[in-house]
Write a protein that binds this ligand. Structure first.
Ligand SMILES: *Cc1c(COP(=O)(O)O)cnc(C)c1O
Length: 223
């Protein structure tokens, strides 16, 4: 496995205005350190314990992104280490992130995760749930979270037209939310979409953050 070549190959495909999150879930700290030493500093994990363990032994200037389903009772442990939470999929979770961030005097950057796939197993909000959050008085009082944009996962399928349609939908959701609630907010500018098998389509459809694991690290050993 040639991590350097694989990283360079992926980076060649990604325009400079798109952020690459190297998804390091299940990968050994040694492999992450190698990729770090090739100059890459943004990594994504989907389990709190795994992220915090790795963060505590790997270089402090790594930016850790959380990309998995997040349980409220794990928020407190995650916050000291995390740069961006991609996966806010409920109002309750957003409120807990705010509450715990306030306690440590931090403003936590988050993305709202949307359900765009046809599978029923993927987490996420729909547009009406997002509207309900963003117009509420409770939301307006949340000073310790900053919503930076949206995130979504396409259906796991070979049908590229379906994948493209789903990414288009997420971009359209981003635009509606931007126009409705963040029109004068420069910081609301992120669309996190695209993984190893579909990041080229995602970039064509407006992605600003791609989350890529297998294409960099090779296939994962499923625990
Ligand atoms: C695992 C994972 C990825 C990366 O998947 P690859 O196919 O290995 O690139 C991206 N996003 C999320 C939310 C993931 O859980």
């Amino acid at each position: 496995m040639d991590l350097k070549n694989q990283l360079e190959k992926v980076k060649k495909d990604i325009p400079s205005n798109v952020t690459l999150v190297a998804v390091s879930k299940t990968q050994a700290a040694g492999n992450i350190l190698q990729v770090y030493q090739f100059g890459h500093k943004i990594f994504g994990e989907n389990k709190v314990q795994e992220l915090t363990q790795k963060a505590s032994i790997l270089p402090a200037d790594i930016q850790w992104h959380f990309i998995g389903h997040l349980q409220s009772n794990k928020v407190r442990n995650l916050l000291p280490y995390v740069t961006l939470i991609h996966s806010v999929d409920s109002f309750k979770l957003l409120q807990v992130i705010n509450y715990e961030s306030l306690k440590i005097n931090k403003i936590t950057d988050c993305l709202l995760q949307f359900f765009i796939a046809s599978e029923t197993t993927k987490y996420g909000l729909d547009l009406s749930e997002a509207h309900a959050i963003l117009i509420s008085e409770i939301y307006k009082e949340l000073k310790n979270v900053r919503i930076r944009g949206v995130m979504g996962m396409a259906t796991f399928t070979d049908n590229t037209e379906q994948i493209r349609r789903e990414f288009k939908e997420l971009t359209s959701i981003f635009t509606k939310i931007k126009q409705g609630y963040f029109i004068d907010k420069e910081y609301f500018n992120e669309i996190s979409m695209g993984m190893s098998d579909d990041y080229n389509i995602a970039i064509e459809e407006g992605s600003t953050i791609v989350r890529i694991g297998t294409a960099i690290f090779g296939s994962r050993i499923v625990p």
